[in-house]
Write a protein that binds this ligand. Structure first.
Ligand SMILES: CC(C)(COP(=O)(O)OP(=O)(O)OC[C@H]1O[C@@H](n2cnc3c(N)ncnc32)[C@H](O)[C@@H]1OP(=O)(O)O)[C@@H](O)C(=O)NCCC(=O)NCCS
Length: 458
């Protein structure tokens, strides 16, 4: 079996100076961070080799409260192709797991940024709170600069974990449950779903992946979906720990252009109570390029015969879905939560990659205890583009790198965060200027394929 993942099995500190000129002295500490490593010096944090995978899988399964099956290590081996896997090892025993891949994150204006995407982060219960997550994360963040990744992102399992590492909640999601009988959508009328047709998994894979590719650069927060992603979504490859139930696939074709402008993937279970149909329908994925496509696809799933409840998990927090119903109150929000967390590693690159709602100029002093974004930056931006360079001018606003992350995609306001955090306005009116510049017409969203109707990580 070839070694799939790592080029090195050493945990020697990587030379950051060679990788990112942006790192400050703090990020160059020999152990690479501020975590208390005194209690974990006998633990080796290093890249994982193929031989480590069964042990690494066991630790990861325990951390995610999953029971590993016979083929779990093989699934993990496959999931680590093209990824970086790090482990914390005490002698031969794995006590920490961490995986990252390189993704493309869409930012306001439609540009994409290379993003280090973290997943499968666990530390054994016996070894928690000894700085092992800090050590694994520090190792990868140091290497991210060399890979050209300007930001790091993850879907945070819990709110409290990642703020201390410079991450901020950058995009949210909403979970809806629609009571079909209250929705005031007339099932006898068919004209509002014209253009929707059911397709096979193979047709869907081709059509939906084309739609998504057109969609993702229009949606700040969206990520790339590769072939492996579509293989899983259409059952060609089963995802780890999931029981595959063949979904229904539908696409929407615009009558005026003949283009496929949207798709939906859903499951439904037959259920009856006292001779009345009570079937729940779960929308796993729904992407629309325009309101007409979103309206037709939403009304299509609400009109499926025998269905009494439609679950719409993992949606954009400002989705139009409820407004396509006769009675929007029939769509109850069951959860509204932070979801995508972001850490800015390269401030000038990130700030100059996005566009701004209005022309403006700001001097931002960024505080970053790990050094990556520390500095004072002059941002000149507008609808056509932006520049961001170091400056010696006095700051207009002083803020932490975690606050900047929460503001970056447009999901929060400077004024609101200033009330909650230690953002300081050094020049009167600067917060209002920043709010006007960073505002986006729609909220950011990072679409995921939902596997469950309840509010839990997608
Ligand atoms: C989250 C997890 C990986 C943290 O590992 P760890 O090695 O204990 O983390 P560290 O010791 O490096 O912790 C760094 C800091 O974060 C804090 N922290 C970590 N997880 C936390 C949590 N769930 N709630 C509150 N604080 C947390 C620690 O207390 C520590 O604080 P300090 O810097 O003030 O000492 C581990 O608890 C775990 O495996 N949890 C279950 C799986 C999980 O949730 N993974 C994350 C998926 S996104």
């Amino acid at each position: 079996m070839p070694t799939l993942i790592s080029k090195t099995t050493s945990d020697r500190p990587v030379s950051m100076a060679a990788e990112s000129p942006l790192l400050s002295h703090k990020a160059r500490l020999p152990y690479g961070g501020r975590g208390d490593i005194a209690s974990s010096t006998t633990i080796d944090v290093r890249h994982v080799t193929d031989n480590d995978i069964p042990e690494w899988t066991r630790t990861w399964s325990t951390g995610y409260l999953r029971t590993p099956g016979e083929d779990t290590a093989d699934h993990i081996r496959e999931a680590l192709i093209g990824a970086r896997a790090i482990g914390a090892f005490e002698a031969d025993r794995c006590v920490g797991t961490y995986r990252s891949t390189t993704q493309e994150l869409t930012v306001p204006g439609g540009a994409t940024l290379p993003a280090c995407t973290l997943s499968k982060v666990t530390v054994a219960g016996t070894h928690r709170r000894r700085g092992l997550l800090r050590r694994m994360l520090d190792m990868d963040m140091r290497e991210a600069g060399g890979r050209g990744e300007a930001v790091a992102i993850l879907d945070a399992a819990e709110y409290a974990i990642y703020g201390r590492f410079g991450f901020g909640p950058a995009a949210s999601m909403a979970w809806f449950t629609i009571d079909v009988h209250r929705a005031h959508v007339d099932r006898r009328q068919m004209d509002d779903t014209v253009g929707v047709e059911l397709v096979t998994a193979a047709e869907y894979r081709k059509l939906a992946s084309d739609v998504y590719e057109r969609f993702r650069t229009t949606q700040p927060g969206a990520l790339r979906r590769d072939d492996a992603w579509w293989d899983q979504a259409t059952g060609l490859r089963t995802s780890l720990g999931s029981h595959w139930v063949e979904p229904y696939f539908a696409v929407y074709t615009s009558a005026s252009t003949g283009e496929v402008d949207g798709f939906v993937c859903f499951t439904a279970e037959e259920a009856w109570q006292a001779m009345q149909p009570h079937s729940p329908l779960l929308v796993k994925d729904l992407i629309a390029l325009n309101p007409a496509a979103e309206r037709a696809l939403t009304r299509y799933v609400v009109k499926v015969d025998w269905v009494s409840t439609v679950h719409l998990p993992c949606r954009a927090p400002d989705t139009l879905a409820p407004r396509w119903l006769g009675d929007p109150r029939a769509a109850r929000v069951t959860a509204l939560s932070d979801y995508l967390w972001l850490r800015i590693l390269d401030v000038p690159r990130a700030l100059s990659a996005r566009t701004y709602a209005v022309d403006g100029s700001l001097v931002l002093k960024i505080k970053d205890a790990d050094g990556y974004g520390e500095g004072t930056w002059l941002l000149d931006g507008g609808p056509q583009g932006a520049t961001c360079v170091p400056t010696t001018r006095p700051a207009d606003i002083v803020l932490g790198v975690d606050a900047l992350a929460a503001l970056y995609l447009g999901d929060d306001s400077f004024t609101r965060l200033a009330a909650l955090t230690s953002i300081e306005e050094e020049r009167a009116g600067a917060l209002a200027v920043a709010d006007a510049m960073f505002r986006t017409a729609r909220r950011p969203w990072s679409p995921r394929a939902a596997t469950h109707p309840e509010a839990r990580p997608c």
